[in-house]
Design a protein around this ligand. Structure first.
Ligand SMILES: [Zn+2]
Ligand SMILES: [Zn+2]
Length: 367
């Protein structure tokens, strides 16, 4: 690029007042809209998006999971370059490459200070992108409480890897962290979507001795083995809990991870876990009034099985840990990027993700 062109482009960028954004027009309908650039306050940042991922949560949102969100920009997994900074964001400069967690807590409220930042301000309140404010599937996005929610991306780490820190790695790893896996212990992971696969990789990093994946899709079974599953329960006609008991000499696993979000799967987790074991849920349970617990396998309420739940953890320190794993190649999420699209094609990517077409796992959107 010659200097003259660069100068013209900088001028265009400087006077830019609007941007393209991929939005939920109403329940069941998406579109690309021209929107004003977000305004920022003293503690905020404006980030120019360079790479983003579409998430199954975006699909749930458009299907109506959180109700009507008229023309709300979708997306919560993105990296980019700081375009503007509020006066009160120490430690960062315009032009820094940054990652921001899918969850952007305030870090000041009661729940944040009690140690549950994902529940900022109320249940699931740390989830702000595409929920209570515009999301990241736009040319620019706003970051609240930027000092605590942005993390610099190391120079040698490409955007397309760093973007996995936002949600897939943070959530999958939280699932394994919450599962209280004993070193050498046995683990079952139900659902080998991107979060389940990252949970498998994390279980291995945390020292699991034997990891079983429950997954019926052939390609995802291969991925399970790639990320460290020793065994796969993959035949839908078999009872997965009974299979897991069989493969653990009738004992059940120390830790079961629910990464799918279905009452049947949750029940199987309880059945497949040995007394004193832990059931770690990160699956989204989108239907029904209750999630039943199988009474007998729960030891009629006395089996000392622990049930833990989590929403993706965010924040700078968490993101820095995720980036460190990527930088040292402890986890490589790159194979999960099965498809790539320019931002102009984001709608097509979204619909492929919604219908799970062509074996799509994660579509990467490049800006
Ligand atoms: Zn996500
Ligand atoms: Zn808070």
């Amino acid at each position: 690029m010659n200097t003259a062109v660069a100068e013209i482009e900088t001028e265009v960028e400087a006077t830019q007042r609007t941007m393209k954004a991929f939005v939920m027009r109403r329940i069941g309908e998406t579109g690309l809209l021209e929107k004003p650039l977000p305004e920022i306050g003293a503690g905020d940042a404006l980030v120019r998006t360079t790479a983003a991922l579409i998430c199954t949560s975006d699909v749930h949102t458009v299907a109506g999971a959180i109700g009507e969100r008229l023309d709300r920009t979708l997306g919560h997994e993105a990296v980019g370059v700081i375009k503007k900074l509020g006066s009160d964001v120490p430690g960062f400069s315009v032009g820094d490459r940054v990652v921001v967690g899918a969850i952007t807590p305030c870090w000041r409220c009661e729940n944040c200070q009690r140690g549950f930042p994902s529940q900022c301000g109320g249940p699931l309140g740390g989830w702000k992108f595409a929920n209570v404010k515009d999301g990241t599937l736009a040319e620019y996005f706003h970051v609240n409480d930027a000092e605590a929610n942005l993390a610099p991306i190391p120079e040698d780490l490409p955007d397309e890897k760093a973007v996995y820190a936002c949600d897939m790695m943070s959530t999958g790893i939280a699932a394994a962290e919450n599962a209280a896996i004993p070193v050498g212990g046995t683990v079952a992971v139900f659902g080998a979507g991107p979060v389940g696969l990252m949970a498998i990789a994390a279980a291995k990093l945390l020292g699991a001795g034997y990891v079983i994946a429950v997954e019926y899709d052939g390609k995802r079974q291969d991925f399970s083995r790639y990320y460290g599953a020793d065994d796969v329960v993959g035949i839908p006609s078999l009872d997965p809990a009974a299979e897991i008991l069989k493969r653990t000499a009738g004992q059940g696993v120390d830790s079961a991870i629910e990464a799918l979000g279905s009452p049947e799967t949750f029940a199987s987790c309880v059945k497949a876990t040995r007394p004193g074991g832990t059931i770690s849920n990160v699956g989204y349970h989108g239907h029904g009034e209750t999630v039943p617990i199988p009474r007998l396998e729960w030891g009629v309420g006395m089996s000392e099985k622990t049930i833990r739940t989590a929403l993706c953890p965010g924040g700078r320190v968490r993101m820095e840990r995720m980036l460190r794993l990527l930088q040292r190649r402890r986890i490589d999420p790159s194979p999960l990027t099965t498809h790539r699209f320019p931002f102009s094609d984001v709608e097509r990517a979204f619909h492929m993700m919604a219908k799970k077409e062509d074996g799509i796992i994660k579509p990467l959107i490049l800006f």
